[in-house]
Design a binder for this molecule. Sequence first.
Ligand SMILES: Cc1cc2nc3c(=O)[nH]c(=O)nc-3n(C[C@H](O)[C@H](O)[C@H](O)COP(=O)(O)O)c2cc1C
Length: 172
Amino acid sequence: MPDAADLRAAFVEGMSRAATFVAVATTDGDGGRAGVTVSSLTSVSADGDMPSLLVCINRQSPAATAILQNRAFCANLLAESQQGIANLFAGRSETNRAERFDQVSWGVGDLGQPILTGATAAFECRLATALLWETHHIIVGRVSAVRLSGNASALLYGQRAYRKAIHLTEDS
Ligand SMILES: Cc1cc2nc3c(=O)[nH]c(=O)nc-3n(C[C@H](O)[C@H](O)[C@H](O)COP(=O)(O)O)c2cc1C
């Protein structure tokens, strides 16, 4: 058995090899307006009463607290050109949390949730359920509206860098 630090390092390295898409989970309401960059956006089901998805957000992120209070959020799947927005909502720029939404173009969806302009797809959700698993909230949303932009190419993140997908032919 590896010791805990070695196991953690191997887990992080293994997971870094997965290319994931990059989304910003945004929320607004009585719990405040907030947003956080996530790679943990996952489709759960298209065939329940309504489609559903989940995001995992660190319990220390103010966005997680706000989503739980607002009971609604929007999962904004970023387009290839939106690395800057990913960095902004990951706290990788000088901008403080309160000013993040001043740096981007956004609108308001049917549930009152912030929709980032140019996101390749925006999934507006009501909070269905949430589970606190050790460090992270696993937040499940029922999708009530989907907005698709004209740009279907999503920004990816893998091996600790932003990437884009290329189409492989059978012999490549
Ligand atoms: C590409 C990328 C993916 C990330 N995915 C997640 C995630 O799925 N869940 C999470 O809690 N944090 C994730 N983070 C980290 C948060 O974005 C970051 O810790 C957070 O925004 C810090 O700012 P805050 O505390 O003001 O929210 C990710 C960061 C990046 C750059």
